[in-house]
Design a protein around this ligand. Structure first.
Ligand code: ADP
Ligand code: ADP
Ligand code: MG
Length: 669
């Protein structure tokens, strides 16, 4: 086994690789950029080397600097993690040429599987079903139209060099072909420096199911249990689980054996993943192979008890797999949620800043892989994924409930995340049923017509949590205003009823609290439903609350501003207005405050880089029209006009860095 390795990555995956190295007694060297000086992955490694400026091209993507650091620090091997250089065949070759072991597959396997067209050819050779389509580069729009006629609409345009869903376009009919193809080519060129596009049949309502394979350099190739990653947003996975609710033992074996056949055909070693799409008719088709460790590998570890990084290290050190196919077993169910720095309420724009408060969930069968801690700074330079929460249970429902509770107890403050959004997905009836497809988010989350009402029980829980907090604060305030004389005589034990009216937006709730504040025991009626609640000591000051309701513990996130209490729980995020019945009667007659926004200026919604300005001075523009393209955390997004008007002045130009709130454009309206 190696004595010392270099981890050529950052964030949660670098932390996670380091953990296995510690377990195996391997010394570690971290690399970091100027933006990551105080990062967790740097603090936890034995040694750390500063390799350059914040932009990844000058640090985490700089092959020469990384290899030089490995040589300087006498590392015998390099683990590339995922992303960055992990699927770069040149890097793999250069590492080997420098006499260092690359912890991953051979460069030839990376090269042949990295390109979607050549990997499809290999898959066909290995007898793996591929998506019906045309496995060759499209020449032009006419060529594309002719091929689409043969395949049948809808079709999918895909970049051969693809990744992360970039450049992909669904084409539903003839008339969309030309414009879709040209925008696909443009995006592909920018993302991959290549413009090879091919065409596939677009499979409707599919699931994404993938197989983890492990191969050693002695000719042993095995598959582990499948992962279902159908919950995707813009082709990016959000929630993953294993096993898949749609896969039975027979299908598992078919998918697994085909995956191994392909891995053998490619001369593959180390851990790799064969991605399939699974149609509603249970036919599966090869999508691509990822020649590295996947983000979602922990769910596999949770149900098999294996450590995939340990297997990678052993295989790279030349060891023989101890495990045979028949030794692979899995137990229970595991689910993973990716936690990203983005703001779901504002179109998922990236969010940056310093983590000011941070409590990760803990407990049996809960695993949190994270690269952050209080004080961590999340910058615009890298991927927005901060952490992953993984839970396991005997059944899918047990794993799911554990995830709901873990997310309820996860507290990240200082920037926006998709934490509550992930919890909304996990609480959706279709998710609970296991009724998944890659359209899930479009269908259920982004279509307001399909919005589902939260469970009454969940609403009651969060309403009573908010009201108890409010009540206790009001009591403390009243108490502190009492003259000293009454306090000296000893505060009279209160044991009376209190009525509140809570406006929850869609619904109004009537609450009756009857409690013994000293014993911290309450009986709460929410619209005639009775709950027995035990509150903790002193927790009323916290933004996180743990309550025992009818004997079970629940966690809530709460935030206060007068009688407005914002709560997040089980995917519900809402501001509750809390009134006494008298205040409520008056509130009916109060004018609603109107939000005042200046709409003759366009402000930057996030920190980032201006990529392009799509209008010029004097142009007439419309509300909602994209005027500026910005880049932040590797993502490009359009910033749209807040009004109908004429452009008076443009204050930014491509290449310029801006902060949140900077004025980009002024209008005359
Ligand atoms: P990437 O390299 O971006 O991961 P993939 O080929 O793995 O590209 O595709 C990403 C996602 O796009 C898949 O997980 C699936 O949801 C969807 N997808 C890809 N090909 C098809 C297809 N032919 N029909 C329907 N959905 C597809
Ligand atoms: P806070 O001040 O926000 O309540 P603390 O660090 O004081 O945070 O922890 C509060 C309690 O929450 C501790 O007793 C901690 O052990 C407990 N806790 C245990 N498991 C979890 C969980 N899954 N999610 C949140 N808190 C948890
Ligand atoms: Mg993929």
């Amino acid at each position: 086994m190696f004595e010392k390795i270099l981890i050529a990555n950052r964030g949660e995956i670098a932390v996670r690789i380091n953990r296995t190295c510690k377990k195996l007694g391997i010394a570690t060297v971290a690399v970091y950029s100027e933006a990551d000086t105080r990062s967790l992955h740097v603090l936890e490694a034995d040694e750390a080397v500063l390799i350059g400026k914040a932009p990844a091209t000058e640090s985490y993507l700089s092959m020469d600097k990384i290899i030089a650091a490995a040589l300087d620090h006498n590392c015998q091997a390099i683990h590339p993690g995922y992303g960055f250089l992990s699927e770069n065949a040149d890097f793999c070759t250069k590492v080997s040429d420098a006499g260092i072991v690359f912890i991953g597959p051979p460069d030839k396997a990376i090269a042949s599987m990295g390109d979607k067209l050549s990997s499809k050819a290999l898959a066909e050779k290995a007898g793996v079903p591929i998506v019906p389509g045309h496995a060759a580069a499209l020449k032009n729009a006419e060529d594309a139209l002719a091929i689409a006629d043969r395949i049948g609409y809808p079709v999918l345009l895909k970049p051969s060099a693809g990744g992360g869903g970039k450049g992909m376009r669904i084409v539903y009919s003839k008339d969309q072909m030309e414009s879709s193809l040209s925008s696909s080519i443009q995006e592909t060129k920018k993302a991959f420096g290549d413009d090879t596009i091919f065409m596939e049949k677009f499979i409707e309502n599919p699931r994404h199911v993938e197989i983890q394979v492990i191969a050693d350099s002695h000719g042993n190739t095995i598959y582990l249990v499948e992962r279902e990653c159908s919950i995707q947003r813009r082709y990016q996975k959000v929630i993953e689980e294993t096993p898949s609710p749609a896969v039975d033992e027979t299908l598992r074996r078919q998918m697994g054996e085909k995956a191994c056949a392909l891995a053998r055909e490619a001369g593959y070693t180390s851990a790799g993943t064969i991605e399939y799409i699974l149609g509603p008719d249970k036919n599966f088709y090869f999508l691509e192979m990822n020649t590295r460790l996947q983000v979602e590998h922990p769910v596999t570890e949770m149900v098999t008890g294996l450590d995939l990084v340990e297997l990678q290290l052993k295989i790279a050190a030349g060891e023989k797999l101890e495990l045979q196919q028949e030794d692979v077993h899995f137990q229970g169910w595991a689910i993973e949620a990716r936690i990203c720095a983005e703001d779901p309420s504002r179109g998922f724009i990236p969010s940056t800043g310093m983590i000011t408060r941070y409590y990760a969930p803990r407990g049996g069968n809960i695993r949190v892989d994270s690269g952050i801690q209080p004080g961590s700074v999340v910058s615009v330079y890298y991927d927005s994924m901060l952490a992953k929460v993984i839970t396991r249970g005997k059944t899918r429902e047990a794993a799911r409930t554990r995830m709901v509770n873990a997310l309820n107890g996860y507290h990240i403050e200082g920037l926006e995340t998709n934490l509550y959004y992930a919890n909304t997905i996990i609480n959706h009836p279709a998710f609970i049923r296991g009724d998944l497809s890659t359209d899930f988010i479009d269908q259920y989350m982004e279509n307001p017509n399909n919005a589902v009402k939260p469970l009454q029980e969940h609403m009651h829980h969060v309403v009573l949590a908010a009201t108890l907090i409010y009540h206790n604060r009001q009591s403390l305030i009243r108490h502190s205003l009492k003259p000293m004389t009454t306090l000296v005589g000893g505060a009279k034990k209160q044991k009376d009823e209190h009525l509140y009216v809570v406006n929850g937006g869609d619904d109004v709730y009537e609450l009756l609290l009857w409690g013994d504040p000293e014993k911290r025991l309450w009986i709460v009626f929410v619209d005639d439903h009775e709950y027995h609640v035990k509150t903790p000591d002193f927790e009323f000051y916290r933004r996180r609350l743990k309550l025992e309701i009818n004997g079970q513990a629940y966690r809530f996130r709460l935030d206060f501003s007068g009688n407005f209490i914002w709560g997040a729980y089980c995917g519900i995020t809402r501001t509750f207005e809390i009134y006494t019945p008298r205040e409520w009667a008056l509130a009916q007659y109060m004018p609603k405050p109107e939000k005042i926004t200046a709409d003759n200026i366009l402000e930057s919604p996030m920190p980032g880089l201006i990529v392009n300005v799509l209008a010029k001075k004097g142009d007439r523009v419309h509300r909602g029209q994209d005027l500026v393209i910005m880049e932040s955390m590797k993502m490009e997004s359009g910033v749209s006009s807040p009004c109908d008007g004429d452009i008076e002045e443009i204050l930014v130009e491509p290449g310029q860095a801006v902060e949140t709130g900077d004025v980009l454009i002024k209008f005359t309206v």
